[in-house]
Design a protein around this ligand. Structure first.
Ligand SMILES: Nc1ncnc2c1ncn2[C@@H]1O[C@H](COP(=O)(O)OP(=O)(O)O)[C@@H](O)[C@H]1O
Ligand SMILES: [Mg+2]
Length: 254
């Protein structure tokens, strides 16, 4: 049984078909890439998977359940967590507090109520802290656990977002352009980290990424979108040489 299946998922915004009859399946343990030029509909795919928007038509199944149109807080509890194209951390909290907030999702109905409990809980709940510390360790941020997140360099903020997402104990992790703005060294570290997340935590990963080298090195299968539609799907070796893919990227700086 597949972990995630999109079956002819479509979403329209007024006259614009942002995602047009897109179908794909992820098996548990997959490292799957979603690529395409700007405006192709990649982030919108994440938005319909995570319940930000309900698809106009088509079906989405996760872990044996029909999750089409399920609101995002419920989706998160079912085990799908994401990071955003633009960093969304609690900037005045330190690194470990940001990760602890992620962990609350497992226990509280909304993030709002979780935040109400946060200061006392952080003091009292050593267990949450030690779990958060393990995740910081996994993303190589243990040494900055007490630093305010807004004071961290950009590459570390991106990794912190991933640690916070992992604190929700997802089965499926969605990463939206995690390497954006990173230097080559940071990208290499990120690539190793995402592999470790899949290999050691057995988490299935769906990643949107603009950096071709990154996505080709990381992913075992790739889906290419253009104008909301699938133009190719397959292993990197096929995608790299696909004339439709090359044409779609003409004129794009990749
Ligand atoms: N909430 C929305 N309302 C209207 N149009 C949207 C909305 N979200 C995305 N779009 C449009 O859908 C298209 C795909 O956007 P997006 O999924 O963000 O592209 P990508 O992530 O591939 O760059 C774009 O034309 C974008 O302007
Ligand atoms: Mg996007």
């Amino acid at each position: 049984m597949s972990l995630l299946t999109l079956n002819e998922a479509t979403i329209k915004f007024g006259g614009l078909v942002a995602v047009n009859s897109v179908s794909f399946s992820l098996e548990t343990g997959d490292l799957f890439g979603l690529i395409g030029p700007n405006g192709a509909g990649k982030t919108t795919c994440f938005n319909i998977i995570t319940g930000v928007y309900a698809p106009t038509s088509g079906k989405i199944h996760f872990d044996g359940k029909d999750i089409t149109g399920t609101p995002s807080n419920k989706i998160a509890k079912l085990g799908i967590c994401r990071t955003f194209q633009n960093i969304r951390l609690f900037s005045s909290m330190n690194a470990i507090e940001n990760v602890v907030v992620g962990g609350f999702l497992r226990h509280e109905s909304t993030l709002g109520s979780a935040l109400g409990y946060l200061p006392s809980a952080i003091k009292e709940t050593n267990k949450l802290r030690s779990q958060a510390m393990e995740l910081l360790d996994l993303v190589n941020l243990a040494d900055v656990a007490e630093s305010r997140s807004r004071d961290l360099p950009y590459g570390k903020q991106r990794r912190l977002e991933i640690a916070r997402a992992l604190a929700t104990q997802p089965k499926l992790l969605l990463l939206d352009e995690p390497a954006a703005g990173m230097n080559p060294q940071e990208k290499m570290e990120l690539l190793e980290m995402v592999r470790k997340i899949r290999d050691e935590l057995s988490i299935t990963v769906l990643v949107i990424e603009h950096d071709m080298k990154f996505v080709m090195n990381l992913c075992e299968r790739i889906l290419v979108l253009d104008h909301g539609e699938e133009i190719a799907q397959g292993p990197p070796s096929e995608i790299r040489n696909d004339p439709k893919v090359i044409a779609a990227y003409l004129g794009e700086a990749v």
